[in-house]
Design a protein around this ligand. Structure first.
Ligand code: SAM
Length: 290
């Protein structure tokens, strides 16, 4: 299936980064390269873009989509951004962009085991070389640990009940597929506006990919990599991520390391929300290195 890709708030991102023709920019989550494409339109032959992703399939696809000599593709976690850049002799950059979370390509591919309706094995690994998947967490983690993850990473009100029922069910037989798990959770809720398994799936995804730890480390690295005047720009999609970004920028501003460029987060315009409903939870925050 071909995924129609719509990069979120792309014009706003580019306006903040204001790419210089000879600048070096990092797209820490290149995905299918929607934002990178716009950055590349503005940098010249002396400019460079380093595109990082921990997902090999995304990298293969973006390589095909943006066969451009000014892009250096890097497979890896942005928590190791400094190491990845040093490999190419880069220790200073003009802008770093993060578009957090998973891509539509990952979400919509049933094989990747991210979506409630997938009849495939619970997986959710962005990096498929990684050992631990959502299956391991659901079927092997102790009940208390499951409960903690659902509470902390999903802000799930029924974390206790859900972890109890998971453990009770898996005693009889492992919970193998995404749809089996979402079916179990659905039975606990009578009515809900969003899918009842939304928070559980969010929590599992964060735990599988250690997303919040990676974000904290990635943001710290940005401080060391950005040149004076360099821009940091982050799009997040849920409150846990946004809180980390917001606190990081506020703290670094108090320390005199960053200048906050967005007092309030920037959100998509109505037009974008209409044409791309999945952008509805996006929040963009930005800062300048001083
Ligand atoms: C929302 S998508 C990015 C979409 C991209 N901006 C575009 O226009 O196509 C997020 C991407 O970041 C990658 N990703 C998420 N966390 C990562 C991390 N810690 N390190 C590297 N890549 C990561 C995912 O694999 C996914 O491809």
């Amino acid at each position: 299936m071909e995924i129609v890709h719509r990069p979120v708030m792309v014009k706003k991102v580019v306006k903040i980064l204001t790419p210089k023709p000879d600048g070096i920019y990092v797209d820490a989550t290149i995905g299918l390269g929607g934002h990178s494409e716009e950055i590349l339109n503005l940098i010249g032959p002396e400019g460079k873009l380093i595109g990082i992703d921990r997902d090999n399939e995304a990298l293969k696809a973006v390589h095909k989509r943006l066969p451009n000599k000014r892009v250096v593709f890097k497979k890896g976690n942005f928590s190791e951004m400094e190491k990845l850049l040093y490999q190419d002799g880069i220790s200073e950059v003009d802008g770093i962009f993060f578009d957090l979370g998973v891509s539509m390509a990952q979400l919509k591919d049933p094989e990747r085991g991210f979506s409630f309706t997938s009849g495939r094995r619970l997986d959710m690994r962005m990096d498929r070389n990684q050992e631990v998947s959502a299956w391991d967490i659901v079927n092997r983690y102790p009940e208390k640990e499951l409960e903690r993850i659902l509470r902390e990473f999903g802000e799930e009100r029924l974390s206790r009940k859900i972890s109890q029922i998971i453990v009770r069910t898996r005693r009889k037989k492992p919970i193998d597929t995404c749809s089996e798990l979402s079916g179990i959770i659905e039975r606990l809720y009578s009515r809900r506006r969003t899918h009842p398994a939304t928070k559980t799936f969010q929590a599992l995804r964060i735990e599988v990919n250690k997303e919040l730890d990676a974000l904290r480390t990635g943001l710290d690295s940005s401080l060391r990599l950005l040149k004076k005047g360099g821009k940091l720009c982050v799009i997040s999609y849920h409150s846990l991520e946004d809180r980390i970004v917001k606190n990081f920028i506020a703290l670094s501003s108090r320390k005199g390391l960053l200048r906050m460029l967005t007092k309030k987060p920037i959100t998509p315009e109505l037009e974008e929300l209409r044409s791309n409903p999945s952008s509805r939870s996006a929040k963009l925050r930005a800062a300048e290195r001083i």
